[in-house]
Design a protein around this ligand. Sequence first.
Ligand SMILES: O=C(O)c1cc(=O)[nH]c(=O)n1[C@@H]1O[C@H](COP(=O)(O)O)[C@@H](O)[C@H]1O
Length: 237
Amino acid sequence: MSADRRIIVALDVAGAEQALALAGRLDPALCRVKVGKELFTRCGPGVVEALQRAGHEVFLDLKFHDIPNTVAGAVRAAAALGVWMVNVHALGGRRMMEAAREAAERAGGRRPLLTAVTVLTSMEAADLAEVGIGGSPAEAAMRLARLAQASGLDGVVCSPREAASLRRALGAGFLLVTPGVRPAGSGRGDQRRVATPAEAVRAGADHLVVGRPVTQADDPDRALRTIASEIADGGAG
Ligand SMILES: O=C(O)c1cc(=O)[nH]c(=O)n1[C@@H]1O[C@H](COP(=O)(O)O)[C@@H](O)[C@H]1O
C-alpha cells in the first residue's frame, strides 16, 4: 500500500464544530479520520455524515462489545451510515464477531471494513493480570487476533509492537490497524505499547491511528505531512 492515506487521524475532540474545523485542515487525500466515543456521544451520526460530506472516509471507532444480537444491530447501523471501517472488541468472542461480520455482509450499499480490538494499547501486563488475563499483552493479542481471523473479520486493531508477529502469523491481506503511534519526541500520554510511525509501517501495519500528535499540534496539517513523509522515507527500510 502506498503511504497515502495509511494514516487515520483520531478526532478526539468535544464537538462537531471543532471536529469539522480540524478535519477541514487535513487533506482527505492524505488521511482518513476516526470518530470515537467522545465525539460520537456528544454529536451522534450527524458528525459522521458531515465529515463524509466534506470528503473524508470515516473509521467509526465505538469498539462494540455486547451480546451478538446487539452488536449485529449496531454494525448494521454503522453500515447504513456509510462508514469506511467499524470495530468491535475481540473479547466479545467468536459468536459476537461472527454476528458482526454477517451484519456487515448483509448491509446494503457499501460494506464497511470490520476490525476487532485485541489488547488496548494503553494496557501492559499488570493491567491484564488485574482483569484476569494471564501472559503478556503480545500473547493475548495473538490469541485474540487469531480468533478474529477465524471469525471472518477483515483485520484487527493492535499495538505496532505486535504487528510483525501478527503479520507473520496471519498472513498478508489481514488488516493491521495500529494506534499507539508516537513520532520521536511526542509524549506517550496514557499509551503504553507504542512505536514510531516508521517502526509501525516496517512491522507491517496497514493503517496507523494517530490522535494527539496531530490534533494537538500547532499546525495539524504540517504534523500529518511530517508523519506521512516519515512513513514514506522510513517505512520501506
Ligand atoms: O480502536 C482504537 O482506535 C484504539 C485502540 C487501542 O488499542 N488504542 C487506542 O489508542 N485506540 C484509539 O486510538 C486513538 C489514539 O489516540 P492518541 O493516543 O491521541 O494518538 C484514540 O482515539 C484511541 O481511542
